[in-house]
Design a protein around this ligand. Structure first.
Ligand code: AMP
Length: 490
């Protein structure tokens, strides 16, 4: 199997003028991607850093971020992608936890950081005699990237993905999905989410064009749909939540995007109603429901959504039972084995041992997802713990509770997911304050949300805050989450 870098190098040599990356106002060819990332690698090699010391890459959907990713791995360093929407305290926690030695940025960063900060554009030059040798590149068993995801201990945890994990994932994508024919791939998920890897590397190793859209465009429907109409996108990768937002626009259908023939969904439940609507609007497209956590490199299984499947079940399966790397423990928890199982959480050996035990002679990942088997398929049946997906984002309720609990006015707190039609639509925080409210609840909520925004990204901040005298307990003496959830439904 060719390594990811070898495959991209081949494309860069054979098709240097082909577009690798396109946004509504910037683009990058394969020749530029290869050369500019060599410049970054050359700079990094000159610093004489410890091999494999992580490098944070901070920004949002910029072509120079991709340049920085490849530059880091060409110099033998894993990169830690951090989206520029990340609050400063959280960025600092990630820098400290990863023991990163440097931060490469493509966006302004106002706060002071504990590591040297370097602008990627300052490192890239048109000088052509810079190149790197494969011997310095990240090797098979070394770490290629580290993605930080919400952690129940109150701090995000860094999932380490090796070059070998990634190569197996990309090979699996190419084996199972129609990705080889030439075309444009949507690049929508920010790089701090591993869903972005689903389009990034499968597109680059096969010389396709990535079409990136920014949060700013997503917030402006006119700009978004204007871009989508001219993008020529053939392969669409997103969370179901993002497709749901697009479906709100009646003009989003095959005539607007005539080349679109493949939908790849992952990261949360793909509702039947959404799949049906997509089938009607995009009659030429195949729709795939992929499943997998960050800890096993993006996705490990899939089913193609067909009219028969939609008729047969009231929930879409996540895998056929023949899928070799998925199985159920006795209690119904889904476990995953195979070559894409991560090297574990960076700097957290105990957490790693618990989540990645060895069963027989296989190292597996215990997903925390519950599953059940029916009519030849595996179905997702919710979580064992307090991890949830809200609008496609993975959140640990306990992390949110710990951060709210750390705020000076708060004594204790419980966060409850609010459901509508089996789907989590928002979060509600029940808070016991240290001192009784003297001012309005509205003002207190505003103050707490402002304090929280230093620590948590906006998608993790509960929508409603409710103030109570004590947290209700159930008969076991634990916080009565079920009781609070019932109160929310009435
Ligand atoms: P992430 O690490 O952000 O990719 O989140 C992984 C989690 O998302 C899994 O452990 C599941 O709980 C959930 N998930 C991923 N794909 C699916 C799917 N197709 N259907 C239902 N849940 C999913």
């Amino acid at each position: 199997m060719l390594s990811i870098l070898e495959a991209i190098q081949n494309v860069a040599h054979e098709h240097p003028h082909r577009t690798a990356y396109q946004t509504n106002n910037e683009s990058l060819t394969y020749g530029e991607l290869w050369h500019l990332s060599d410049c970054v690698a050359h700079y990094l090699k000159g610093l004489d850093l410890k091999r494999q010391q992580p490098i944070v890459v901070y920004g949002h959907m910029s072509p120079l971020q991709i340049v920085a990713f490849l530059g880091a791995v060409k110099a033998g360093h894993p990169y830690v992608p951090v989206d520029s929407s990340t609050p400063s305290e959280r960025l600092q926690i990630i820098i400290e936890a990863s023991q990163a030695c440097l931060l490469l940025k493509t966006e302004a960063l106002s706060t002071h950081q504990s590591v040297p900060v370097v602008e990627v554009s300052d490192l890239v030059t048109q000088t052509t005699n810079i190149s790197t040798q494969p011997s310095t590149w990240v090797q098979e068993q070394e770490i290629h990237y580290i993605i930080y995801t919400s952690g129940s201990t109150g701090k995000p945890k860094g999932v380490q993905i090796t070059a070998d994990n990634l190569a197996h994932f990309v090979a699996w994508m190419h084996e199972h999905f129609p990705l080889q024919e030439s075309g444009v791939f949507l690049n929508q998920a920010p790089y701090s989410f591993d869903l972005s890897v689903m389009d990034l590397y499968p597109a680059l190793v096969s010389g396709q064009t990535l079409y990136a859209i920014t949060q700013e465009q997503i917030a402006n429907p006119k700009a978004l749909f204007d871009s989508l109409a001219t993008s020529g996108i053939r392969v669409w990768t997103s969370t179901p939540s993002f497709a749901k937002i697009c479906l709100m626009n009646k003009e989003w259908h095959q005539a607007l995007m005539p080349s679109l023939n493949t939908f790849l969904f992952c990261g949360e439940v793909l509702p039947i109603s959404l799949a049906k609507e997509l089938m009607q609007r995009f009659p030429q497209a195949s729709i795939f429901n992929l499943y997998g956590p960050t800890e096993t490199t993006v996705a490990v299984s899939y089913v193609e959504v067909t009219a028969e499947l939609l008729e047969q079940f009231d929930q879409l399966p996540i895998a056929p039972l023949s899928e070799p790397n998925l199985s159920l423990l006795e209690d119904g928890e889904i476990i995953i084995s195979g070559p894409t199982v991560s090297a574990g959480y960076l700097g957290a050996p105990d957490l790693t041992l618990t989540a990645f035990p060895t069963i027989g002679d296989q190292r597996i990942y215990k997903t925390g997802d519950m599953g059940y088997e029916k009519d030849g398929y595996l179905f997702f049946a919710g979580r064992k713990d307090f991890q949830v997906k809200l609008h496609g984002y993975r959140l640990e309720i306990e992390e949110i509770e710990k951060q709210i609990g750390n705020l000076p006015p708060v004594s204790s707190c419980v966060v409850i997911p609010i459901y509508k039609n089996d789907e989590i639509v928002s979060l509600s925080a029940y808070i016991v304050l240290r001192e009784p409210l003297t001012d309005s609840a509205f003002k207190m909520t505003k103050q707490l949300k402002a304090l929280l925004s230093d620590y948590l990204p906006s998608y993790m901040i509960p929508k409603t805050f409710k103030y109570i005298d004590t947290l209700p307990l159930n008969t076991n003496g634990k916080v009565d989450r079920k009781g609070l959830a019932v109160m929310e439904t009435v």
